[in-house]
Every structure is written in C-alpha cells, then in structure tokens.
Ligand binder design. Structure first.
Ligand code: ZN
Length: 462
C-alpha cells in the first residue's frame, strides 16, 4: 500500500504551493512575531505567547487547550494541544519565542520591523526562529479549521529564554507542568534544517547529536601603577598573549559516528577539492592537509573539533594607569564525549601562563558532563521527513548531523524524551545570519517552510 501511495504522489509531481489565504495568514503571523520584541534585555515573550494563543483560540481551539504559563510576566510560554485519536502517544513540538539582542545602529533596517526587500524578509528572528514558530502556528490553525484529527495529540510549546536569560521555558515546563508537555518524542524546530546554495536545495539535516555549550572566564590581575612607568608584567599583555595562542592552536580533529556519516554523505554532493577533502578526512588515518583546507570553512571546522573563541573583553580602569585587571570570556562548543573540565585543562595548557586564571562559568550538565548522546532518528520520524523532503526539495538527501550550536533539546533529552531537530526553513549555506546583523530569509524559503510544516505534520500523524 505504501509503495503504491508513493508512486501516486511521484506521478502527481507535487509542487510547493500554498493558497493565498495561507500565504497571507502565515505572513501576518510572521510579521506580528518579528515586531514583538522578545529579547532578554527589554523584550517580553509573554506578549508573543498571548498573541499566538489568541490566534489559536480565534481559530477554534478550546481555551483549555491553549495556555500561557511561565515563572513571571515577562517570560511566558505558550502550550497548545491539537487533540488526536489517541492511537499513539503525543508528540511535542518545541520552538523558542525569544531572540538575540539586536542594535538598530548595527543594522541596515530596524531589526524589530518586518521588512520585505529584494526577495527576502528581514528582521531579528527571521532565521532563528520566528520563521518556524509562525509556520507552526499557521499549521495548527489550518489543521484545526479543516477538522483534521491526527493519530496522536500534537503539542506545540513556544517558549522563553533559549538564547539566554534565566527562565528557560522548556526546562520550566518540564519541571512544573510535565503532564502538559509529556510526549513520546520531541521535534525541535530550532535545529537541523534545509541547506540551499543560491536557493538550490543541497540537503536536509536532521540533528542526531549536539555540541555542549561552555563559557570560561579568563582573569589576569596585577598591582598596576602609573602608566608613565610601564613594567614588563602587564595584565592586558598577559591576557592578549593567551588569547593569541588560543587563536593559533585549534583543538584536535575528531569525528564521531554522526559527523563521519555527515561527511561521507555530504561528499557525494560536493565536487572538486572539497569532495576529495571530505573523502580524505573520513579515511583512516585522515589526511592532515585535507583537514586543514576544510577547516577554513567555519561550518565544517566546527563539526571536526571542539572550538573555543574569545567573545568578550574588559580591562583597565583609567587611561593613565597600568591595568589591575584584564578579563575575557572564551566561549567553547565541546564535542560529544568530552567534558568542560577536560576542555578547561586543554585551555590552560594552550595559555601556558599561570598568571591567567581560567574559571568555568557553568552549563547544563556540570563540569564533568560529556554532553548530548548520539541518537539515531526512528522510522516514525525519518519516513515522513524523507517523503515530504523529496516532494519539496527533490534530490536533496536527508543527512543526520551534529548541531554545532546549542538548543533546547538538551533539556528534553535530560528529561528522558528522545529529541530530533529539523525544520523546513531553507537557508543558503553562505547566508547564515542567525544572531548577526541584517538577519533574513528568502521569501520563497519561508513559504516553502510553511508548506513543509503542514505536509510533514500530516504525514507524521496520518
Ligand atoms: Zn534558536
């Protein structure tokens, strides 16, 4: 039966299209979300959660199935449930409502205005991740309006403080309202996704593993003195020497089963030197020159090793005084199987300066945590994903990957719920602007993503 169904779908050659009403609805919701500031500094996720809750109630969701809850009035989370037949256990779909800070003066457009320009939507959160949030709310509204009954409850949680802050919504919901969000597995839309090259589909990533986030604070102190009498022992020079050594000593190359599979499958999509290099690094022993060449691409580099980079710097107390304190934040993304404590020892070895003290500022799993285990996605998830991806992005294979950033899956996995990360928002591989200036998504990618979300949730629950 399944084979016949697939042949029929292939015969119809399904194109990515959504009707005018869905186009307008999804654009309105996206605009509304972008224009509600949800930064940690001055924003409010409760406002965004309430706006989305209202849309769902207006579409016919009973009030009891749409709730806004949180630890305080700035950090609300929305949880909505589309009731199914109960043939299978519920699925929880998560997306965060908060966004990274954005300064008007850094941007070409106002980051909190939804701007359509040159075939793109601009605004903070257009890539990370109000695009996917808006597609999910649109899809829940469509499914409700057509009276669709999935074979299991679909729970949607749009949450606070994934990017920072102290009120992580996923963690808070699991701790305080487990029954409301309990599920057989989690689909996290903040990971994986569709990669394109100048708009042409390349591959569809599904997160099967994740790096561990860790911040380290470097401090150098000194008695200081008058700047007219410089001494050899200077806090700023000690710190900058240490950071310079970090810049020039990358962590060791290392693949795991997921990244090895990633490079093996990815090589088939590449050409020339890059293809040859990917084939050369999965060999045993890996080719060192190939590793060096691939390391020049930040995406490949981050998959091949733990990375640590200086992200903040403060030093000195007066223009005419020798510095008494110099501090830096070094942010690390640690490969699975390695701990923050081990990474700290490696950093101290690189700095090679007892004057530079290194302090681990904490993370999800403590200093000895070895991070996110590698999880192979089950057929229940892979089959509908491969089916729908083949319809919307023909020729782009689904490839398991290790997420190099951090996501809320760390909380759901810690709570014992298997979690898989992907979404339908295609991003050009050379246009990743999440957390950066002039964040944007192609208009076409957004509407394809809206279409994907609907098709996928139906294929998952038919
Ligand atoms: Zn995100």
């Amino acid at each position: 039966m399944r084979t016949a169904g697939l042949l029929l779908v292939a015969g119809l050659s399904v194109a990515a299209t959504i009707d005018d009403a869905t186009t307008k609805l999804s654009r309105d919701i996206f605009k509304e979300l972008i224009e509600i500031n949800t930064t940690d500094s001055v924003g409010n996720t409760t406002t965004a959660a309430n706006a989305m809750a209202k849309r769902l109630r207006d579409a016919g969701f009973p009030a009891a199935d749409v709730q806004v809850l949180g630890p305080n009035d700035r950090k609300g989370n929305m949880v909505a449930r589309l009731r199914g037949t109960g043939a299978k256990k519920p699925v929880l779909i998560i997306g965060h409502l908060d966004v990274v800070e954005a300064k008007r003066e850094d941007w070409t457009t106002d980051p909190f205005q939804f701007v359509e320009k040159d075939g793109y939507f601009y605004g903070r959160g257009t890539q990370d991740m109000k695009d996917a949030d808006a597609a999910l709310v649109t899809t829940f509204i469509r499914l409700k309006k057509e009276g669709y009954r999935p074979n299991r409850d679909l729970i949607l949680a749009l949450t606070a403080d994934e990017e920072g802050g102290t009120s992580n919504g996923v963690e808070w919901l699991l701790k305080n309202h487990r029954g409301l969000v309990d599920a057989e597995f989690v689909l996290n839309q903040d990971a994986g996704g569709v990669t394109t090259n100048k708009g042409k589909p390349v591959n569809v990533d599904i997160e099967a593993s994740e790096k561990q986030y860790a911040d380290f604070e470097l401090t150098v102190t000194n008695p200081g003195g008058h700047s007219s009498l410089p001494t050899e022992d200077n806090a700023i020079y000690h710190l900058s020497d240490a950071l310079s050594r970090l810049e020039h000593e990358p962590f060791r190359f290392e693949l795991n089963e997921v990244t090895r599979m990633y490079f093996e499958r990815r090589a088939a999509l590449e050409a020339g030197q890059t293809k040859a290099d990917m084939q050369a690094i999965v060999r045993n022993p890996p080719d060192a020159a190939a590793v060096m060449r691939l390391s020049k691409d930040p995406r490949f580099n981050s998959m091949m090793r733990t990375t640590c980079v200086a992200t903040m710097l403060t030093a000195g107390h007066a223009p005419n005084a020798l510095p008494q304190t110099a501090q830096a934040n070094v942010n690390c993304r640690i490969l699975p199987g390695h701990s923050p404590a081990e990474t700290q020892r490696a950093l101290e070895h690189v700095f090679a300066d007892p004057k530079v003290t290194v302090k681990y500022l904490g993370g999800i799993g403590g200093p000895e945590s070895k991070g996110f285990p590698t999880v192979a996605p089950p057929p229940d998830v892979m089959r509908p994903l491969e089916e729908v991806a083949a319809e919307l992005w023909p020729g782009a294979p689904v490839i398991p990957e290790m997420e190099t950033g951090a996501s809320d899956s760390i909380h759901t996995v810690a709570a014992g719920i298997p979690s898989y990360g992907f979404n339908g928002m295609a991003l050009d591989q050379d246009d990743i602007r999440a957390h950066g200036k002039d964040e944007r998504i192609r208009v076409k990618s957004y509407y394809d993503g809206v279409d994907f979300t609907y098709r996928f949730l139906k294929a998952l629950t038919k």
